[in-house]
Design a protein around this ligand. Structure first.
Ligand code: UDP
Length: 495
């Protein structure tokens, strides 16, 4: 075990959702590889779901510690769990608002209790790295005298739109739900954005929902964060990041995924992964459309039907991830009757897979995606152009980056519009079998190069992460009166 006496100890608390957990795990590994001691805290429910997924995939259970392998490879990552306030088996997908209300009102009490215990037992904590969507980081960090690092797992563009919600309110673009079409051109670092490309929660007319309460509180807290780490790349959003950096120490440190392997050493899938390799091996290069709507957003039955019929008519090979409760209900088969019989020769449906392994397989030629930010970064990394079908939250804004700014995908729909099977089928054919698809493939190679470069020793994300560590060390020294962060007096700070 590495010597912890001279190391920065970070308490790392990811949001208990798949798309937030994945980049958080990768970042924790990265920071540990740069010398941090990390205490990583999952909710008991997330831990339970990961363990269940692992044992149904037939993998061994690493003593209830998802970082056991990482530790064996020399990384100093400890692992703890905390209750989110609900029973572990409680179905959070089917009871979304109740789950969110617990994150809004209950989780902080359990986190507070956990930090109190950790600070009693040591090693002392220097900083807390917590997801920006939590509603308590600043309050808790102040209470325990911790440096507050906010982890933003979406693009900088989305961060700045939430951060400047007050400007949207002032100009009447907040909660305007389709009523305004004039361009938004007053957000610092954002040249222009269409109101329909705002995150859905900023467009909704009803702002009384539990998710809205979370967002309002979370961004009030985020304004007090000492540092913000963002899973993006400077070269992809330079103006936005530069403008944010004037207001806050904001570091673009993405993409966080392990770039030399499609498999992580840490288990973090919430559902058992189906292995699609053999099936993919049997298909010609570039012939398979990968379809996934991520882990969180529900899809309406009517939309699923139209997509399914569009896929059927397009005649392409496909792998479709249909996770449990994709329609926010426990209806058994969300697909039209007879769909699979008709497509048996050319498609498979899986409940979950290792997405990076699928996207990096040479048979995959396109990705029909809901535009989750991780999915976009992964698709770029694997050079797979996208068909965009945003559903909720940041996906509308991410979609604008992919289609309008970087030109590495085409949209099936903008915003919340319904689409027909004919439109779906025509767009799939355009992506998979026309020059347009080839142009997108060329373009995505360029964007991929930016991602590759950023992770090289002199690349921007690599430099930003080192800069963050340097700034953090200086702040620790200033805050706790030590000469350098590596001096042993680091351990004597007062908590
Ligand atoms: N994912 C996966 N297997 C699947 C579908 C998705 O491992 O079958 C992963 C995907 O690689 C990504 C994450 O789940 O890292 C989804 O995050 P994203 O931001 O794309 O969407 P969200 O689920 O947050 O809406």
């Amino acid at each position: 075990m590495a010597d912890t006496k001279h190391k920065l100890h970070a308490l790392f608390i990811p949001y208990p959702l798949q798309g937030h957990l994945i980049p958080a795990v990768h970042l924790a590994i990265k920071l540990a590889s740069k010398g941090f001691t990390i205490t990583f805290v999952n909710t008991q429910a997330i831990h339970h779901q990961i363990s269940k997924a692992k044992s149904s995939s037939g993998s061994s259970n690493d003593n209830n510690d998802i970082f056991a392998h990482a530790r064996q490879s020399g990384l100093d990552i400890r692992y703890m769990t905390v209750s989110d306030g609900l029973p572990v088996e409680f179905n959070r997908s089917l009871n979304h608002d109740q789950f969110m209300a617990t994150l809004l009102h209950i989780l902080s009490a359990h986190i507070d209790d956990l930090i109190r215990k950790i600070t009693q037992e040591g090693p002392p904590i220097a900083c807390m790295i917590a997801d920006t969507f939590f509603v308590w980081p600043s309050t808790i960090a102040k209470k325990y005298g911790l440096i507050n690092v906010s982890l933003w797992t979406e693009p900088a563009l989305v961060f700045t739109l939430y951060y400047h919600m007050h400007l949207l309110r002032r100009h009447g673009h907040f909660a305007c739900n389709d009523n305004r079409e004039d361009i938004i051109d007053y957000i610092p670092g954002v040249a222009a954005i269409d109101p329909a490309d705002l995150p859905s929660y900023l467009q909704d007319a009803d702002i009384s929902t539990v998710v809205h309460q979370i967002i309002f509180k979370a961004f009030a807290e985020a304004k007090d964060a000492d540092y913000i780490l963002c899973n993006t790349v400077y070269e992809l959003e330079p103006e936005t990041i530069s403008a944010l950096h004037i207001k806050k120490p904001f570091y673009a440190i993405g993409p966080t995924f392990p770039f030399n392997s499609s498999k992580s050493i840490v288990a973090m899938s919430l559902w058992p992964e189906s292995d699609c390799t053999k099936w993919l091996d049997s298909k010609p290069a570039g012939s398979v459309l990968y379809i996934s709507f991520g882990s969180y957003a529900p899809v309406r039955k009517k939309d699923l039907e139209e997509i399914a019929m569009g896929v059927l008519h397009s005649q392409v090979n496909f792998i479709w991830v249909l996770r449990p409760y994709i329609m926010s209900s426990d209806a058994e088969d969300p697909l039209p009757v007879g769909f699979m019989e008709e497509c048996r020769e050319r498609g498979i449906i899986v409940p979950w897979c290792c997405q990076m392994a699928v996207l990096s397989h040479p048979s995959v030629g396109g990705f029909l995606t809901h535009c989750g930010w991780n999915s976009i970064l992964e698709s770029v990394w694997c050079g797979v152009p996208m068909l965009c079908y945003p559903l909720l939250t940041d996906q509308f804004t991410n979609h604008k980056l992919v289609v309008d700014d970087w030109k590495i995908g085409i949209d099936i729909r903008r915003c919340n519009r319904s689409v027909t099977r004919n439109e779906v089928s025509a767009k799939i054919k355009a992506l998979m079998a026309t020059e347009l698809g080839d142009d997108l493939r060329k373009e995505i190679k360029e964007v991929r190069r930016a991602l590759e470069n950023t992770l090289k020793p002199n690349g921007s994300s690599e430099k930003n992460i080192d800069l963050f560590i340097e700034d953090l060390k200086n702040k620790v020294c200033a805050q706790y009166g030590t000469a350098t962060s590596t001096s042993s007096s680091f351990n004597t700070k007062p908590h």
